[in-house]
Design a protein. Structure first.
Length: 679
């Protein structure tokens, strides 16, 4: 029975001692009132969000959080969620090129499987391979994107929200109606390079005082063709056109919102996504053409209800059923039955109950329990047809004074793995602790320091365990230990400098029993084993400024920088103390927006330093640094009394040729037109 051991290093113990022994003040609730035009209503400090330029900060959150929402999202030249999260610090986005290429997120070098993705509070899981393709999610219906290192800073949430090393929350638009308008419609059309044609529709209707309906749909079609540069050392230098990068995708959502009374609210959502795309493949050995295809069909329905009783007790219930189908075809790979044509059918049933009890004005406690069933079927030879039964529990407590906020979590899980054919299942019992704190060290309510310690894990995926000729059913989970110390500082608005905010963090992560693939005598047959250990140290700086210039011109400026050293410390490894693949030591972003009357000019710059494509840090694996500049001009006004928004975007303005993943070339300079109408 694996047990996460509580290992509080001396520096963290000292910090906690300081936080606990500092003077505790009265138990009054501190509220921050903001006067900026995009600010939210005053809330309790632990949930206060301070808008500042491109990003927003939760002032008293004990967990580092970065938020893009509302107008901040609109200022980025982004087509999908994956495009937007590139601007978060500490994030590496694995992008395989073009509109239809796979896009996954890697936060603080822990791996994409260690980041849980939530859509309107409900987790998006993939027991098959642990990958969530963020390129599938359009920004047209997204109200906010929140990235938490560790976990969301509230203790009132489903148990799944506590278990991942990092969490990404996507929140769709909630309908709001004026007194004289019960229907709102927004249409949007994007077109441009790569043969892009992307219409979308958002429909919102107030059905009654208690119910509202939201329908959202979009269709994307593109040929995915773009020019790229291909160079061979001591050889030729040519420009080619990327092939087999086409995509056709449809997404539809229907959500029923309910506010039954002031203490009971809920929603019911149905989601459908269907796509066919080409997989352009790696450009190696002068092979420019690829013919692999992939089909995806995802459907889920989920309901949630939240209720409060006597101002002391709150209840949150979630139910979800999802059914996913994926098909991969490779006409170049021949089997006894012909071309390789793999089909996968994945089902999940998930339920969660979370309770929150307010003991007194400064102390709250919660208990959350989740249960899920995941099954996977496939048309593969000797496929075992696995089923995973997961039981998750989280016992949490939060103590909140006007200067000090402390959260303690104890997480427990039991996983029962059952296999129908050929192999034997297994079970896992794991317990993990989490401790976090946020403290205001002076009378300045806009300056807070924070720290957290967290142990978490990720289970091997079905592919790791059971993929034919590759899986290893005795794999252990990967364990991660996270330490973080940071601060948030907000400068009060001034005459010229409207606002300024700074968020800094230093962190240390340790990954144990990392799952890696070892080749055997037959390159088609690999073995999955627990061998790897990774040591990760880093620092992040985020800053935002809003200036008011003459003639009612506003300048929003955002800067972020990440330094990260992630090395392989696997005993007896040939790459001991080498930087792990695709992890730059230095990276950063700059975003700027100038607003004047109905006009807006946006500029964004992104830099990713040198990296290595393989575990060995040798010259042949060296990947050059890359940077891109994106620009946009937007006009927001009225035509024929209808609100209209028109924009022209130029991405990769200086036409730099680069690879995010080696041999998967990214597009050069490309264009996009955007037209939006509101009714």
């Amino acid at each position: 029975m694996p047990l996460c051991k509580l290992r509080l290093y001396g520096g963290f113990v000292l910090l906690v001692w300081i936080l606990f022994t500092s003077s505790l003040y009265a138990q009054a609730k501190l509220t921050v009132h903001l006067k900026e035009k995009d600010s939210l209503k005053p809330q309790h400090l632990s949930e206060v969000i301070v808008p500042s330029g491109k990003r927003e900060f939760k002032v008293a959150s004990p967990m580092p959080v970065q938020i893009l929402s509302g107008k901040q999202l609109e200022k980025l030249n982004s087509l999908s969620v994956a495009d937007a999260i590139r601007y978060f610090s500490g994030v590496q986005l694995k992008d395989y090129g073009g509109i239809g290429g796979l896009k996954t997120i890697n936060v603080r070098s822990l791996g994409s499987a260690h980041t849980a993705v939530f859509y309107d509070g409900m987790s998006i899981s993939n027991a098959q391979n642990g990958q969530v393709d963020l390129g599938k999610y359009s920004l047209d219906n997204i109200e906010a994107i929140e990235l938490y290192n560790g976990q969301k800073s509230t203790i009132f949430q489903p148990a799944r929200g506590f278990f991942a090393s990092n969490t990404l929350y996507l929140r769709t638009k909630t309908p709001e109606f004026s007194a004289d308008k019960n229907i709102k419609i927004r249409t949007n059309l994007k077109t441009g390079s790569f043969g892009l044609f992307n219409p979308s529709l958002l429909y919102q209707q107030k059905l009654s005082e208690k119910f509202a309906l939201t329908a959202s749909t979009d269709w994307t079609k593109a040929d995915g063709k773009y020019k790229y540069r291909y160079q061979k050392k001591n050889g030729y230098d040519t420009t080619a056109v990327r092939q087999n990068g086409d995509i056709e995708a449809f997404r539809g959502e229907l959500t029923l919102h309910a506010q039954l009374n002031p203490s009971i609210k809920g929603s019911l959502k149905a989601y459908f996504y269907n796509s066919e795309r080409g997989l352009p493949g790696a450009i190696v050995a002068n092979n420019y053409e690829h013919f692999q295809r992939q089909w995806d069909r995802n459907f889920f329905v989920h309901g949630t209800i939240q209720s409060s009783f006597d101002k002391k007790f709150e209840l949150l219930v979630n139910l979800k059923y999802s059914k996913d189908y994926s098909r991969y075809m490779d006409p170049d790979y021949k089997t006894l039955e012909g071309a390789l044509d793999n089909k996968y059918y994945q089902n999940e049933f998930y339920t969660s109950v979370a309770t929150l009890y307010t003991i007194n004005s400064w102390w709250k406690t919660s208990l959350a329990a989740d249960f899920s069933i995941n099954t996977l079927e496939a048309n593969l030879y000797r496929f075992p047809y696995p089923a995973r039964y997961s039981y998750l529990g989280a016992l949490s407590s939060e103590m909140n004074w006007n200067r000090l906020d402390i959260q303690v979590n104890l997480l427990g899980t039991y996983v029962d793995e059952q296999v129908k054919y050929f192999q034997q299942g297994d079970s896992q019992r794991i317990f993990c602790p989490v401790l976090s704190a946020s403290f205001q060290p002076s009378n300045n309510k806009n300056f807070r320091i924070r720290a957290f310690y967290k142990e978490s894990f990720r289970l091997p995926t079905f592919n790791d365990l059971y993929y034919t000729f590759i899986g290893n059913s005795s794999l252990k989970p990967e364990f991660t230990t996270q330490y973080d110390f940071g601060s948030t500082y907000i400068i009060e608005p001034k005459k010229f400098l409207q606002s300024a905010s700074f968020q800094t963090d230093v962190y240390y992560n340790r990954v144990k029993d990392k799952i890696i693939a070892i080749p055997s005598t037959n390159l088609f047959r690999w073995t999955m084993v627990n061998l790897g250990e990774v040591d990760i140290r880093g620092a992040e700086i985020n800053s935002n400024f809003v200036f008011k210039l003459p003639s009612q011109v506003f300048l929003d400026l955002g800067l972020s920088y990440t330094w990260q050293r992630a090395i392989d410390i696997t005993p007896n490894s040939s790459t001991y103390k080498n930087q792990i693949p695709y992890t730059p030591i230095n990276s950063g972003t700059l975003t700027a927006a100038i607003n004047w009357k109905n006009w807006q000019i946006n500029y964004s710059f992104m830099y990713t330093g040198e990296r290595y494509s393989q575990k060995a840090n040798i010259a042949v694996n060296y990947v050059q640094p890359w940077y891109t500049s994106d620009m946009a001009v937007i006009w927001n006004g009225k035509l024929a009394h209808l609100p209209v928004k028109m924009g022209v975007e130029v991405n990769n303005f200086f036409n730099q040729y680069y690879d995010v993943v080696l041999n998967f070339p990214m597009p050069g300079r490309n264009y996009r037109l955007n037209l939006s109408l509101n009714f």
